[in-house]
Design a protein around this ligand. Sequence first.
Ligand SMILES: [Zn+2]
Length: 239
Amino acid sequence: MEIHFRQANAGNYLSAARGKKDILYLVIHFTANDGDTAQNNADYFARTSTSTSAHYFVDENEVWQSVHDADIAWHCGTRGTYFHPYCRNANSIGVELCSRMKDGKYYFRQGTVDNAVQLARTLMQKYGIAPDHVVRHYDVTHKNCPAPFVENAAAWQDFKRRLIEEVDDMTADEVKKLIAQSKTVYGTADAVPAWGRATVDKLVQKGWLKGEGGSDGLNLPEEVLRVLVINDRAGIYGE
Ligand SMILES: [Zn+2]
């Protein structure tokens, strides 16, 4: 995925030269704004020294990086209590999702969540981060962040599920192709090729092989047909 970069103001992060093994967690946040963009945030943190930062900002169209992965961003620290035993700024990457507001509640646009899933998967692969090391800011300090994933636990579970789903990156056409490659299925007795037809007719006649509508709707995979034909040749189904 394309990731734009605009370096944050030097007052917003710690230059750290972290190695691959130092990055153990991904922390997900929301911007708590209504309709901001990833670039808005990158621009803001570049020109303003606020002693806060995140590595990435995501909206429905773009991903902007503000702090290099090797540097420490200030996104999940607290002077209060930590509720996560290990996850800290020093060993994590912070990802902020741009939010919107409706009826007094924050929400994410679908495209923003989709882009965040893709970014998270990319970073997990790059640093060997396990799915259970992808956490919410809430899990670290109990701050209501990201609100749409704290107030709706099912939405967070769905986000987590998508981090490990294999078919996510496949288009519908690729999935269809894979299914087509994996097996030939004969829908009806008429569709069965000559080499298997006598066997199928026999089994249907005996009532041992039934489709949803008699000899229709058989949905017989080719591998299964081969076994039936071999059995038939061996005399297992009689005359
Ligand atoms: Zn946060």
